[in-house]
Design a protein around this ligand. Sequence first.
Ligand SMILES: [Zn+2]
Length: 87
Amino acid sequence: MPIYEYQCQSCGHAMEAIQKMSDAPLVDCPACELPELQKQISAAGFRLKGGGWYETDFKSGAKKNLASSDAAPACASGGCGAACAAD
Ligand SMILES: [Zn+2]
């Protein structure tokens, strides 16, 4: 069973709870008894995944930009006017 981390938004009390995936998240803080508990997302795996996505997007985006900027000026200058027309 997964262990969830909770932190109380009211008094800052932190705790861990072993719960089934299907269990409803805890809300009542055992320290101050307010319903202010918030489930913490375990940051490590989440951040790694986010970084990977970003890097992939950035690389493919840069490639696309390079390719189109190579092609555009050549045609705009008229240097390949004949070649483009022949195509
Ligand atoms: Zn509390």
